[in-house]
Design a protein around this ligand. Structure first.
Ligand SMILES: *Cc1c(COP(=O)(O)O)cnc(C)c1O
Length: 382
C-alpha cells in the first residue's frame, strides 16, 4: 500500500498558483532572464512593505542572508554569537564559518523558541567574563514567532544586536506585527519547502539603510564605482535572479491563502488527536499568530505505546513523509564543544527532539490526503 492511489504525501512541497509562469514569461519576453532586473526591484519593495521594513535585499538563499547579517554585524574570528539551539543549522552556520564561537540557547516550553530566561543567564555570564556576543540569532520555529517583548529589551539592555531568523515564519505575526520586522536584521527563505518559494532564494530585511546599501554592494561582488572591474575589497555573488523574483512576486500574492491553508491543516490534525492521551501539539501563545508552516506533534511513548520514530516509520511504509523535530544544535557533532544554556536547568529542546514529529503540512494537501495521514497515525496508535 502506498499513499492515496500511490501518490507520495510530502512534508512541505512547493505549491504553485499558476500566475508564476506569467511573471517568468514576462522576464523572458523582456530578456530580463539575468541578472537582477525589474522583478527583483519590485519583489524587494513588496517584501519590505509586507514586513514593514524600509529596506529589503533579494538574495540567492536564506543562508546567504545569514552570511550578510554576520558580515554586517562585524563578525570576526574569536567573536561569540548566541543562537537558538532548536533550529536548522543555517541559522548560525555562516557565523561559525566566519570564525564565531557559538553559544546555544535552549527553548522555552511555552513557544518552543529561544528561552528568555536561558538567554538572560547567558548574557549575564557573558558580561561577567567580558565576552559579550556580537549578535543574538533567534529563530521563529515552524512559523512561531519568538517572545519578542522579552527577548528584545534584554538584548537592548546589553547592547547586543538581534537577528530574526524568519525563514519559516513569513506570514506570521507577533501581537499583530509581522514576522521579519524584528531585530537589526531579519530574513525570509524562499527555499522549496517554505510557505512560499522562488524555487530557492532569500530576502534580507532591515531598517538600517546604510547597512543595507553595504549588503547590496557586498552581495554583488563588491564592485567599486569605476568603468572597469575594480575591487577594493572582496564580496560575494549572492543576488537573486530576475526569473526567480518573478516567481516570488506571484507567490507572495498567495501568502494569505497559504497561511490559511496551513492553519486549516493544523486544525484537522488537532481535531483528530487533541484528545488522545500522550499526544500534544506545538502550543501557540496568545501573542503569536503562527503561519503553522509545519504541524508538529509530540508523542509520549509511555502513554501512547509508540515513539515518534515508530510513527514516522509507519507513515513512510504508506508513502507519507514526516520528520523528527530539528535535532538541536547542542546535540550536533559539529557543535559538540559549544556552550549550551538550558531552560531553568532543563533541556527543553532535547526533549522536543526526542518526542516531536513534523507532519505533512503542505498548503496543497487535499482533505483526502489529511484524512489518509490521520488514518495511518490512528492505525499505529494502540
Ligand atoms: C530554511 C531555513 C534557513 C535557510 O534558508 P535557505 O533559503 O534554505 O538557505 C535558515 N533558517 C531556518 C530556520 C530555516 O528553516
Amino acid at each position: 500500500m502506498s499513499g492515496i492511489s500511490g501518490k507520495r504525501i510530502y512534508l512541505s512541497p512547493p505549491h504553485v498558483g499558476g500566475e508564476e509562469i506569467e511573471y517568468v514569461k514576462e522576464a523572458f519576453e523582456t530578456n530580463w532572464v539575468a541578472p537582477l532586473g525589474p522583478h527583483v526591484e519590485v519583489f524587494e519593495r513588496e517584501c519590505a512593505l509586507h514586513s514593514g521594513r524600509t529596506a529589503a535585499l533579494a538574495l540567492s538563499s536564506g543562508t546567504a542572508a545569514v552570511t550578510m547579517s554576520a558580515i554586517l554585524t562585524g563578525i570576526k574570528p574569536g567573536d561569540v554569537c548566541f543562537c537558538s539551539s532548536l533550529t536548522f543549522v543555517a541559522s548560525l552556520a555562516p557565523f561559525a564559518q566566519l570564525g564565531a564561537e557559538s553559544v546555544l540557547i535552549d527553548s522555552e516550553p511555552e513557544s518552543w523558541n529561544m528561552s528568555p530566561r536561558a538567554l538572560e543567564t547567558a548574557l549575564r555570564d557573558a558580561e561577567k567574563s567580558g565576552r559579550m556576543p556580537r549578535a543574538v540569532i533567534m529563530a521563529n520555529l515552524y512559523g512561531q514567532p519568538c517572545d519578542m517583548d522579552r527577548i528584545l529589551p534584554l538584548c537592548e539592555r546589553y547592547g547586543v544586536p538581534v537577528i530574526e531568523d524568519a525563514a519559516e515564519s513569513l506570514g506570521s505575526a507577533y501581537m499583530g506585527r509581522p514576522s521579519g520586522s524584528f531585530g537589526k536584521f531579519s530574513f525570509y527563505s524562499f527555499n522549496g519547502n517554505k510557505i512560499i518559494t522562488t524555487s530557492g532564494g532569500g530576502m534580507l530585511l532591515s531598517d538600517d539603510a546604510g547597512a543595507m546599501e553595504r549588503a547590496r554592494f557586498l552581495s554583488a561582488q563588491a564592485r567599486d564605482p569605476a568603468p572597469w572591474y575594480q575591487h577594493s575589497e572582496l564580496g560575494y555573488n549572492f543576488r537573486m535572479s530576475n526569473i526567480l523574483a518573478g516567481i516570488g512576486r506571484a507567490q507572495l500574492k498567495l501568502l494569505p491563502s497559504r497561511v490559511e491553508a496551513r492553519r486549516a491543516v493544523f486544525r484537522k490534525y488537532y481535531e483528530a488527536f487533541s484528545e488522545t492521551s500522550g499526544i500534544a501539539f506545538m502550543p501557540e501563545p496568545e501573542w503569536s499568530q503562527s503561519n503553522r508552516w509545519l504541524t508538529v506533534m509530540t508523542v509520549d511513548p509511555e502513554k501512547t505505546g509508540v515513539a515518534n520514530l515508530d510513527i514516522m516509520k509507519a507513515l513512510e511504509a504508506v508513502n507519507v513523509e514526516s520528520r523528527p523535530v530539528w535535532k538541536p544544535m547542542h546535540m550536533q557533532p559539529v557543535f559538540a564543544s559549544a556552550k549550551y544554556y538550558g531552560h531553568e536547568g532543563r533541556d527543553i529542546s532535547g526533549a522536543l527532539f526526542a518526542r516531536g514529529l513534523c507532519l505533512p503540512s503542505g498548503s496543497n494537501m487535499t482533505d483526502d490526503d489529511i484524512s489518509f495521514v490521520i488514518g495511518a497515525i490512528r492505525d499505529i496508535l494502540p
